[in-house]
Design a protein around this ligand. Structure first.
Ligand SMILES: N=CN[C@@H](CCC(=O)O)C(=O)O
Ligand SMILES: [Zn+2]
Length: 429
């Protein structure tokens, strides 16, 4: 018999959360099924999971094989690598100056209408070199990894011209190539109407459709296309035309929908069969039903509603009860959510969205994988899947959102390699 090799055996796992099971996005009660196994182990070979389960069973399966490296989890909690399915990772500058406006009660869309908000970040991003954007985004990506993220979606949308959008997307590509975290690129030229097109949004929409989409496609720089469908930004009709064109070019579709005003964005996401719809604080029951029928994943962003000081939050409980699959994300961006911590989002998901720790974990692993079209390779610890996992210095899942404001990550394994050890980056990208 061939003596195969196990590259890494993680053993003495106190609680192993596998998320094994269904291939489809989890809905309803299935969001609480995390496939937890006490006293577990994971055997990794060639970057993939070779065996996973109770330690005794795993050891029996690999009996006779050579184990190159053993890793004692010391009774800790192990979960699939966390997945952040919605970020605005690459951008120039920061917006702490908006804090005082926010404290005075100036609304988010008002700051944007006055040329601040997203448009202020557009100015800073255009002024930055590609190298400067890379260096800044890499620092954030390192933080995301330290907090347990192993795959991150990253949008453009602070360039708002052909060249500047391409510049942002090239940074995403370069980071993906040299950083342990996998990046999933999304083109979001329709994030705001740039100042030079003020009052001429129809012309800007034409630019997005006629020039940006084909060029981004030609250069193979994005997998998804996203639009900020919101009052005073892009209307439902404009969003529909952009996403319809994007679909024709072969992009997967995403939509920032019903964040502030009930615009019919959720209905549009259902109508177009988007892979995900984001924010959704103001989504109506009708909109959520349209999403459920089309299997659109709701990506809820509780750090954003928290940071904007909103009194309302996305109706995650209603979504779960209705059968809409829910994912969670940081929405990391310099304005409405300047945080790289999915662990903070865990706490806000529980306390502000009313989700249980099990639902939160589902929303950051397998459902997040579905929101970015990666559920066949990541999001659960199952034989044959990529060996992306996190070792948390915690005794159980509830401990993570409960003990908030600190980082519980002890180690991170990405594609079978130890990339975070004792809470520090094991190697630099
Ligand atoms: N809402 C629109 N876009 C981002 C915020 C971008 C910004 O404020 O810079 C979001 O998803 O929250
Ligand atoms: Zn966003």
């Amino acid at each position: 018999m061939e003596n195969k090799t196990i590259d890494l055996l993680i053993h003495h796992i106190g609680l192993l959360v596998t998320m094994r099971g269904k291939a489809e996005p989890r809905t309803g009660r299935d969001m609480s099924e995390v496939g937890a196994i006490p006293m577990g182990a994971v055997a990794i070979r060639d970057g993939n999971i070779f065996a996973v389960g109770r330690e005794g069973d795993v050891r029996a399966q690999i009996a006779g094989m050579t184990v190159k490296q053993e890793w004692d989890a010391n009774g800790r909690l192990v979960t699939p690598g966390l997945i952040d399915p919605h970020t605005h990772l690459v951008h120039g500058g920061s917006r702490e100056h908006e804090l005082s406006l926010k404290l005075k009660g100036v609304p988010y869309l008002e700051i944007l209408a006055q040329g601040g908000g997203i448009l202020s970040t557009v100015r800073a991003t255009r002024a930055a070199t590609e190298q400067e954007l890379f260096t800044k985004a890499k620092k954030s990506l390192d933080r995301m990894l330290l907090f347990g993220a192993t795959t991150v979606e990253a949008k453009s949308g602070y360039g708002l011209s052909v060249e500047e959008e391409l510049k942002q997307l090239r940074v995403v590509k370069k980071l993906d190539q040299c950083h342990p975290v996998d990046l999933v690129p999304t083109f979001m030229g329709a994030h705001a109407v740039p100042e030079e097109y003020r009052g001429r949004s129809a012309e800007y929409v034409e630019l997005v459709i006629r020039e940006m989409l084909p060029e981004v496609k030609r250069q193979g720089l994005a997998e998804f296309c996203d639009v900020f469908c919101e009052h005073g930004v892009f209307s439902v009709e404009e969003s529909r035309s952009i996403l319809t064109a994007a679909r024709e070019w072969g992009f997967g579709l995403k939509l920032h929908a019903d964040e502030i005003e009930p615009m019919g964005g959720a209905q549009l996401a259902g109508e177009l069969g988007c892979i995900s719809a984001e924010h959704l604080l103001a989504a109506t029951d009708e909109g959520l039903s349209a999403m459920r029928r089309a299997g659109v994943v709701a990506v809820c962003l509780p750090a954003t509603s928290f940071n904007l000081g909103l009194k309302t939050h996305a109706r995650a409980r209603t979504m779960i009860e209705m059968g809409v699959p829910v994912a969670l994300s940081t929405d990391y961006n310099p304005g409405s959510s300047p945080t790289e911590s999915l662990q903070l989002v865990m706490t806000l998901g529980c306390l502000n969205l009313g989700m249980t720790p099990e639902e939160v974990m589902t929303a950051m692993t397998i459902n997040a994988a579905h929101a970015i079209g990666r559920a066949d390779t990541i999001g659960s610890l199952e034989v044959g899947k990529q060996a992306d996992l996190v070792i948390f210095d915690a005794p159980n899942l509830a401990y993570l959102p409960y003990h908030f404001g600190v980082n519980h990550v002890n180690a991170v394994i990405k594609k079978g390699r130890v990339v975070v050890s004792e809470g520090r980056l094991a190697e630099s990208g």
